[in-house]
Design a protein around this ligand. Structure first.
Ligand code: FEO
Length: 132
């Protein structure tokens, strides 16, 4: 069963590229969650972790570029939220590849919890600015 499911009601931002990228991000997170809950090989989990984090970094950079282009007033606050998650992910990624930590289903739950809050409260808030 999917960890997180995109619906317009819960996650729609009214910004096309953001909705498209969030759906891809959810797919990558669900794939990681499936691997961690099905006894998959560590190498497969690591590859999916890297793929997910790389996509998250690219998605955040895309949003930040669009916010800057539009002179969005909430840019700094929003970017700080992004930087906080990237910092957590980068730390986990480094520990995983050093053999000092494992990625289990709690990691998927952590990212899901972050997205559950961030997209409706932060991403949705930039819609008017980005669509102007
Ligand atoms: Fe879609 Fe601000 O992350």
């Amino acid at each position: 069963m999917a960890l997180i499911t995109w619906t317009a009601g819960q996650f729609g931002t009214n910004v096309g590229f953001a909705d498209d990228e969030h759906k891809i991000l959810f797919d990558k997170l669900n794939k990681l969650y499936d691997l961690t809950t099905s006894g998959s090989q560590r190498s497969a989990i690591g590859a999916q972790l890297d793929d997910l984090i790389a996509y998250v970094v690219d998605h955040f950079a895309h949003e930040e570029k669009e916010m800057q282009i539009k002179g969005y007033a909430g840019y700094e606050y929003h970017k700080a939220e992004h930087d906080a998650l990237v910092g957590i992910c980068a730390g986990l990624q480094a520990k995983f590849h050093a053999g000092e930590a494992e990625v289990d289903e709690d990691v998927g739950q952590l990212v899901k919890g972050w997205l559950d809050n961030h997209i409706p409260s932060f991403d949705r808030a930039y819609a008017d600015a980005l669509n102007s």
